[in-house]
Design a protein around this ligand. Structure first.
Ligand SMILES: *Cc1c(COP(=O)(O)O)cnc(C)c1O
Length: 389
C-alpha cells in the first residue's frame, strides 16, 4: 500500500528543489567559467543580455550588479538630481525609493489600487509638478502596473517611465511583456526572484539605443574606451558566473512561470472549496494581464494578520509580510514630511497582507496543508465583521 505524502511544513520558497532539478545543466557551465577564469562581464554576460532583451521584447539589455543598480543607472542616465521629483509607489521594496534618493532627487509617493496593490494612475496624474522627471511603477508580486494610462501621462508631460520589474520577469500586459512597457525597465536576479542567480545581479532593458549606451558606460565608471572617463559612474558589472547560471535558468523560466500560475489556481480552488474566499482576499489578476506570482499575497483583517502568521510559523509554514512599513513612513524619509494616514490604501495593505508559500515545485499536498492550517485558525478566531470599513 502506498503511503500518502503528508507534509510537516512548507517553506516560503524552495531553491534547493529547483537546484536539484537542474544541477546537471548548471555544473558544466560553472566549471567552464572557472576554466576560462574570466569572471567579470565577457561573453556569458553579453549572451544573457541578448537573451533577456529578446525574452522581454526590448531592443537592448544592459547587465549590472543588482536590481537596485538597474533602477539607479537609468535615473543617472537622465541626469536626475537635486530639485527633481520622481513619482512612485510607497508599497514596494526599499530599493525603488532608495535609488531615487541616491541621485539627490525627491521621491514623491502616491497611493495604490486596493485590488492589485500597484500604483494608482489617477494618483500619479495628480502628483505631477513642474519638477517631475520620471515615474517608477512597480510590477508588484509579479503583476504589471496599469501601464497604458501611466505611459499616456508620461507622454503628455515628457517624463521617463522606469518599470521596476524586479518581481515580474515574464509578466504580460495587453500582449507585451514587462521590460518593454516603458522607457526602461529594471530586473533583479536576486535568488528569490523568478529568475534568480547564485548571488546578486540585475539588468536594464530599453528600446532607446542612446540610453542603453549611456547606462553601459555608467556601469563601468563612465569609461569609454578604457581609461577615458567622460563622467563619474559606478562599478556595477555583472559576473560571468551569474550570467552563466542565469542563461541555464532562463531556458526553464516559461515552464516555471506556468507552474507558479498553476499553483495560484490551485490555491484559489482550495480556498473556495473550504469556503474561505470571503474571509481571505485572494490576489486579483486583471484582464489582459499575465501574473507571474513571484508572491502569492492574501489579505485578512488587520486584527488577526499577525496571529495568523504566528500560527503558520508554528505549523512550519513560511510566510512574509511584503511590506510592513510603507516607504513614506520609513525613518530615513522623515524629512519628506509624510504622516501616517497620508496614503490610506497603502497603509491598510501594509496591515492586512501576508505572503503564502509559492514556487514552481510547490505540490498540491503542500498547498492543502497551508490552506488547512489557515482554515483551522480562522475557524477558531475570526469573524467576517473583523474586516474594518
Ligand atoms: C528585489 C527588488 C528590488 C531590488 O533588487 P536587488 O537585486 O535586490 O537589488 C527592487 N525592487 C523590487 C520591487 C524588488 O522586489
Amino acid at each position: 500500500m502506498a503511503l500518502a505524502y503528508e507534509p510537516t511544513g512548507v517553506p516560503a520558497l524552495n531553491l534547493r528543489a529547483q537546484y536539484r532539478a537542474i544541477r546537471d545543466e548548471i555544473e558544466p557551465v560553472v566549471r567552464e567559467v572557472m576554466e576560462t577564469q574570466g569572471f567579470v562581464m565577457g561573453p556569458e554576460v553579453a549572451g544573457l543580455e541578448a537573451e533577456i532583451a529578446e525574452f522581454s521584447g526590448a531592443a537592448h539589455a544592459v547587465g549590472c550588479a543588482s536590481g537596485t543598480d538597474a533602477l539607479l543607472l537609468p535615473l543617472m542616465a537622465i541626469d536626475l538630481g537635486p530639485g527633481d521629483e520622481v513619482v512612485t509607489t510607497p508599497y514596494t521594496f526599499f530599493a525603488t525609493g532608495g535609488s531615487i534618493w541616491r541621485t539627490g532627487a525627491r521621491p514623491v509617493f502616491v497611493d495604490i489600487e486596493p485590488d492589485t496593490y500597484n500604483i494608482d494612475p489617477a494618483a500619479v496624474e495628480a502628483a505631477i509638478t513642474e519638477r517631475t522627471r520620471a515615474i517608477i511603477p512597480v510590477h508588484l508580486y509579479g503583476q504589471t502596473a496599469d501601464m497604458d494610462p501611466i505611459r499616456a501621462i508620461a507622454e503628455r508631460h515628457g517624463l521617463m517611465v522606469l518599470e521596476d520589474a524586479a518581481q515580474a520577469i515574464g509578466a504580460g500586459y495587453r500582449g507585451r511583456r514587462a521590460g518593454a512597457l516603458g522607457t526602461a525597465a529594471a530586473f533583479s536576479f536576486y535568488p528569490s526572484k523568478n529568475l534568480g542567480g547564485f548571488g546578486d545581479g540585475g539588468m536594464v532593458t530599453t528600446d532607446d539605443p542612446v540610453l542603453a549606451r549611456r547606462i553601459a558606460r555608467l556601469r563601468v565608471h563612465g569609461m569609454e574606451p578604457k581609461y577615458h572617463h567622460h563622467e563619474v559612474g559606478i562599478n556595477s558589472r555583472l559576473d560571468a558566473l551569474q550570467a552563466a547560471v542565469l542563461r541555464v535558468k532562463l531556458r526553464h523560466l516559461d515552464e516555471w512561470t506556468a507552474a507558479r500560475r498553476e499553483a495560484a489556481d490551485r490555491y484559489r480552488d482550495l480556498f473556495a472549496a473550504e469556503g474561505l474566499d470571503a474571509m481571505v482576499k485572494l490576489p486579483v489578476e486583471r484582464p489582459g494581464n499575465v501574473h507571474v506570482y513571484n508572491q502569492f499575497v492574501v489579505r485578512v483583517p488587520a486584527a488577526i494578520r499577525d496571529d495568523l502568521r504566528r500560527r503558520l510559523t508554528d505549523r512550519k509554514i513560511g510566510t512574509e509580510i511584503y511590506y510592513p512599513i510603507p516607504l513614506h513612513l520609513q525613518p530615513c524619509f522623515a524629512s519628506l514630511g509624510y504622516r501616517a494616514g497620508d496614503l490610506p490604501v497603502t497603509e491598510a495593505a501594509a496591515r492586512e497582507t501576508i505572503a503564502l508559500p509559492i514556487y514552481p515545485e510547490l505540490s498540491e499536498a503542500e498547498q492543502r496543508y497551508v490552506v488547512g492550517a489557515i482554515h483551522q485558525f480562522l475557524h477558531e478566531r475570526a469573524h467576517p465583521s473583523l474586516f474594518a470599513a
